[in-house]
Design a protein around this ligand. Sequence first.
Ligand SMILES: *Cc1c(COP(=O)(O)O)cnc(C)c1O
Length: 370
Amino acid sequence: MTTARSISQLAVAGVQQLVPYVPGKPIEELQRELGLERVIKLASNENPLGPSTKALAAMRKTLSELALYPDGSGFSLKKALAKKYAVDPAQITLGNGSNEILELVARAFLAPGLNAVFSQHAFAVYPIVTQAVGAKSVVAPAVNYGHDLQAIRERVNAETRVVFIANPNNPTGTLLPQSSLEDFIKSLPATCICVLDEAYYEFVQRKGEQDAIAWLGQCPNLVIARTFSKAYGLAGLRIGYCLSSPEMADILNRVRQPFNNNSLALAAAEAALDDSEHLQNTIKNNALGMKQLTEGFKNLGLGWIPSAGNFVSVDLSEPAAPVYAALLRKGVIVRPVANYEMPNHLRVSIGTPEENNLFLQALTECLNNA
Ligand SMILES: *Cc1c(COP(=O)(O)O)cnc(C)c1O
């Protein structure tokens, strides 16, 4: 040991500057801090109905096999996904959450000297995975909180290897029409990969619009990322996937950990796909809850960003941080989004009717006392 160097100086340049992702506050943490018994969490877009009972049963069955490594190829789950979406299993890559899919793309395609383009107010993980590999983030201004595809396209240059599009976007809930998205993806140069992040896919009611899967044949650069964390209620298991060309899947598979999906997650996800009733109940609860919350906002004279997801960002027309803190003291956890350049908004996940009601009551009290 010669000269003292701080560990942070040893980290690669991108990592030195990295600001870590801040997740929603865990229920137990708030209970510990404030000694509260009843805490409701509407902060991470989780399914308030929980996982499918079929998924739970599949996990119980798998418990006896935990001494064995999982199937590193995810054969059975890929087969089920391939059947559901009419694609070849070779077009599927499984991830430890769809978060890992974003990371695999960054590791495979981004490096110093290259850049990724995404929208203002887009999902916070895009700049993190980009910067972690030393590439540059290029942010296109949003329109009405939504992605401006033209502004994004204008920023794509010879060094752009990835464009991240969240549809619907988190935390805004904004949704792009499929036709403009298709034109946009097809306008990209062959040197640029489009990651279409569809974490909230199941909540979107598409009337006669094409599924992005239909474009895969003509778009070898398209990566459609989806997850079991949101509508399927399996966030704690960490399992997501992407659909792409087989060539793309082959590349992503090279940088993937050999056993990135655990046995319980593989079994639960496959069983969850088979429980359409639970999914339908989830979608129905979401639609009703969205109505309940937005009517509540209207009664309070508050605006909100119309959302296609399982969450909604409400505009308090004043700094949201004190209201967030006051809600915490009442045992209600929502998500502040100042880090998304939205300091007056709070993002609220749709809960059960009872949770939505408790949140609206608490919000009313907090606003009256502010
Ligand atoms: C929640 C979310 C994800 C990732 O969730 P995973 O749990 O890692 O699958 C990805 N993209 C967006 C936009 C999200 O909101």
